[in-house]
Design a protein around this ligand. Structure first.
Ligand code: ZN
Length: 438
């Protein structure tokens, strides 16, 4: 027999086995009884709803669904059920140990890709078991190591959230690593995609798309380094990314960097610490979202404890929080869409996914209402990715990415959000501690 024919027959038999397995999984029907259900599109809580799940997908949601006798029921009638959370700004492949004096660059040189991905995969699981069923991973991930981790998660090799990844950050000279001498600048080329002109910008997007990036992350300004992309370079990136139906989000901290990125046509702004009202108005007009990567008060305290900072710590915390709050409130007032992103790459000596969840607390401290925060952490984040029919929502046709918390979300938000009792991703249950908390 022709060798290729033989391979074709084997492959077709294999695909029959795989398809049969899939069919078996899809016939796995379950019903979730939700005491309270968060409607993430409308930002409201509904009472006594039922979610029908077939395999990995939600097939029905309503308050009048009849559950057949002998059906498999997941009883969450004492809980608040919501779509799995989305962290729109992670760096799973990077961790900064505050007590370690080694510069970031040296750490990368010593760590190597293999160890880096293994550590990243543990962090990925930490996000999942803390209720984040999706993350947007925005660089600091070596040479497309984020694509590798995403693939491993998608094929079930390791447990983790769904990943939308940017690959290396597209950036100007020097990247975000300070102090590298010119002779060793190739090191920066391994960690970032450095561009030096418009042609580089166009080609960088092609390279990223070809290597499996789901979106493009750029640095409008390079804090802590003092270089930046030009509007022309960013325009070229946006044009090329949109041609491939990829969103572009920009690290931008100064008002000028934000204004230039928005003028160039980016879809999202990360951080936006020093944004002016004029720029916020432009963002609202152009539908550009803001991802405020703020720090909660408990995490500030933890940070100061770890670095042993005692002088003026209360004043420092208050001044940072006031700046965050002022920026967030002005953005909301200007009508800018807020999308939740933790940017947690610091070792706060707690599980990384738990530290990431403090972003929800930070927004509440800065005056956002609990249900608005949840909407920013689910539906609005999925909408940015054009995935609002499959992620960040509990509705027919969406992935069964569902979590449940115990407590009063509206009146006791922070405690309740950490009182996580149930995590399901794609129909698979990862956390089910209902019996423990009852
Ligand atoms: Zn970041």
């Amino acid at each position: 027999m022709n060798r290729f024919l033989k391979i074709a027959i084997v492959l077709s038999c294999l695909s029959f086995v795989i398809n049969s397995a899939k069919a078996q999984a899809i016939s796995n029907t379950r019903y979730i009884k939700a005491g309270k259900l968060f409607d993430s599109e409308k930002g409201q809580l509904l009472s006594n709803y039922i979610i029908k799940i077939e395999g990995s997908t939600i097939t029905e949601v309503g308050n009048d669904i009849e559950i057949p006798t002998n059906a498999e029921i997941i009883d969450l009638s004492e809980y608040t059920v919501m779509p799995g959370l989305i962290d729109a700004h992670t760096h799973l492949m990077t961790l900064d140990n505050l007590t370690d004096d080694t510069p970031m660059a040296s750490k990368l040189l010593f760590e190597g890709d293999a160890l880096r991905v293994l550590r990243g995969s543990k962090r990925a699981k930490s996000w999942l078991v803390n209720g984040f069923t999706t993350v947007k991973d925005l660089g600091d991930s070596g040479d497309f190591l984020d694509v590798a981790l995403k693939t491993a998660i998608n094929e079930g090799t390791v447990d983790g959230p769904r990943m939308f990844v940017s690959g290396p950050i597209i950036i100007s000279e020097g990247g975000q690593v300070p102090g590298i001498v010119r002779k060793h600048r190739t090191f920066i080329d391994d960690e970032y995609t450095i561009i030096r002109n418009v042609d580089d910008a166009i080609n960088a997007v092609r390279i990223h798309v070809n290597n499996g990036a789901d979106l493009i992350k750029i640095c409008s300004n390079n804090t802590p380094n003092n270089t930046s992309l030009t509007i022309e370079e960013m325009k070229a990136i946006v044009k090329m990314a949109h041609r491939y139906n990829k969103k572009v989000t920009a690290h931008a901290t100064s008002d000028l960097a934000i204004w230039e990125a928005v003028t160039a046509g980016v879809d999202g702004i990360e951080h936006g610490y020093q944004v002016s009202d004029t720029t916020l108005t432009l963002m609202a007009q152009k539908g550009v979202v803001l991802v405020p990567t703020d720090i909660s008060e408990p995490l500030f305290d933890k940070y100061f404890d770890i670095i042993d900072f005692n002088l003026r710590r209360e004043a420092s915390k208050k001044s940072a929080k006031n700046r965050y709050k002022d920026r967030l409130q002005r953005a909301i007032k200007a009508g800018v869409t807020i999308v939740t992103g933790s940017d947690n790459y610091i070792n706060f000596e707690m599980p990384q996914g738990e530290a990431a969840k403090h972003i929800l607390i930070a927004y509440q401290e800065e005056g956002m209402e609990p249900l608005d925060i949840l909407r920013s952490s689910t539906y609005l984040s999925a909408k940015f990715m054009g995935k609002e029919n499959s992620l960040g929502v509990i509705k027919k046709g969406a992935f069964a990415d569902i979590i449940a918390v115990k407590g009063d979300v509206e009146n006791n938000f922070s405690t309740t959000m950490f009182n996580l009792s149930f995590v399901m991703k794609g129909g698979k249950i990862y956390i089910d501690s209902k019996s423990l908390s009852e």
